[in-house]
Design a protein around this ligand. Structure first.
Ligand code: NAD
Ligand code: UDP
Length: 377
């Protein structure tokens, strides 16, 4: 695999604007992945400069080449990519040191957005040790590196999966954390680790963001979700049926206690989610130390069949479905109460289900095989 490296110094003009606008130099772990790549684009467009650390275990460097292109970077001066693993202290040090450029930009990494991790529920049941190793051990290594490098601002990718089988109705952050699989346990443990660290020494600025169901793609169709193998999640599965890669969608249960009998989720456009990260890091950069826990969702629930219909409308393609058995471990309905994020960050979702489907289809149609990397098979 080709390793991308910084190819040039930050220009003096950029550097001057950093000082004037309090733009930051940020480390993005897992920045080549689905949510990380969209967030990297939003942060670059906002003027921040980034170091991405990724081992490309579930992504391709091509996503970052396209991010650079969409951000209009004429050189690589605001985007440095380090191939490495969050569990390796040496790789983390390389990433933190890549952020410090004494000659032209005497700034080191001021904040971290930590996306790197494993996220497949079924796989986590088969390989729990790997999930604890990467999601918990990797987060611990990262926090240790942050302490070594004097960086105490961290946005962490958490998940609504923490809520397990939630009670009916929108879920507030105060709902019990009761995960039902090793993936959820690893996210809960990493959240706890961060709370313990924040409680143990002053000066930490931490936002634990609990995402609901991130879907869609950048409207250009240049970057999007590229799941390896058969998608576990509904949206990429529907997209692949629409584009002809798979014959039909199996709907996991038609007898749920919901309006049409199919499962309800809170689908959030990945660009809304990316903007939520920008709001969170901007908050951490400008406020006193704090530990935030915030749901990032739309507050709107949509059923499987509603999503299928919206996708058919957006794509003009039919998506054959067959109602099958319920999937083990599924909840009937999971919808965010996103009001705390609105109050604290001034952020809320802006994009509709129709836009989610339009943009997801633009990506799928233009990239039927994803980025074409081995993980896209
Ligand atoms: P993704 O797999 O597309 O991105 C994760 C990135 O991390 C990939 O680029 C992968 O190569 C990298 N990575 C994995 N292990 C690594 C390691 N040990 N060292 C360095 N890099 C490593 O996933 P995503 O959908 O973008 O999710 C990002 C984060 O958000 C994850 O932590 C995930 O658990 C969390 N999350 C995702 C969803 C979702 O539905 N996509 C929902 C809730 C939470
Ligand atoms: N789902 C489905 N068929 C699939 C994948 C998912 O019917 O092939 C349903 C699933 O039961 C749930 C919804 O789609 O009701 C969203 O599932 P996904 O795995 O995308 O998200 P999660 O369940 O993790 O929130």
């Amino acid at each position: 695999m080709q390793i991308l490296e910084a190819t040039g110094p930050r220009s003096l003009a950029n550097f001057a604007s950093c000082w004037l606008c309090a733009l930051a130099h940020l480390l993005i772990t897992g920045g080549a992945g689905f949510i990380g790549s969209h967030t990297a684009l939003v942060l670059l467009e906002a003027g921040h400069s980034l170091v991405v650390l990724d081992n490309f275990s579930n992504s391709s460097p091509e996503s970052l080449r396209r991010v650079a292109e969409l951000a209009g970077l004429s050189d690589a001066s605001r985007l440095t990519v380090v191939e490495g693993d969050i569990r390796s202290a040496a790789d983390l040090d390389r990433a933190f040191n890549a952020g410090a450029r004494p000659a032209l930009a005497p700034k080191s990494i001021e904040g971290v957005i930590h996306f790197a991790g494993l996220k497949a529920v079924g796989e986590s049941v088969q390989e729990p040790l790997r999930y604890w190793d990467v999601n918990v051990g990797g987060s611990r290594s990262l926090v240790e590196a942050m302490r070594r490098h004097g960086c105490r601002r961290l946005v962490f990718s958490s998940s609504a999966t923490l809520y397990g089988y939630p009670e009916a109705g929108p879920i507030p952050e105060t709902a019990p954390v009761q995960p039902i699989n090793p993936y959820g346990h690893s996210k809960a443990a990493a959240e706890q680790l961060l709370a313990d660290v924040a409680g143990s020494e002053p000066g930490w600025h931490i936002a634990r963001l609990r995402y609901f169901n991130p879907v869609g793609a950048h409207p250009s169709g240049r970057i999007g979700e590229d799941p390896g193998g058969t998608p576990n999640n509904l949206f990429p599965f529907i997209s692949q049926v629409a584009v002809g890669r798979r014959p039909q969608l199996q709907v996991f249960g038609g007898d749920w206690p919901t309006a049409d009998g199919t499962g309800v989720r809170d689908y959030i456009h990945v660009m809304d989610l990316a903007e939520g990260h920008r709001a969170a890091i901007d908050r951490l950069l400008s406020h006193a130390p704090e530990l935030l826990t915030l749901n990032l969702g739309s507050g709107q629930g949509h059923s499987v069949l509603e999503l299928v219909r919206a996708f058919e409308q957006a794509s003009g393609c039919s998506v054959p479905t067959a109602i099958g058995a319920r999937r083990e471990g599924d909840a009937a309905s999971t919808v965010a109460d996103p009001s705390r994020a609105a109050t604290v960050l001034g952020w809320r979702t802006r994009r509709s289900l129709a836009e989610i489907c339009r943009d997801g289809w633009a990506w799928q149609r233009a990239n039927p095989q994803g980025y074409g990397s081995p993980t896209s098979a």
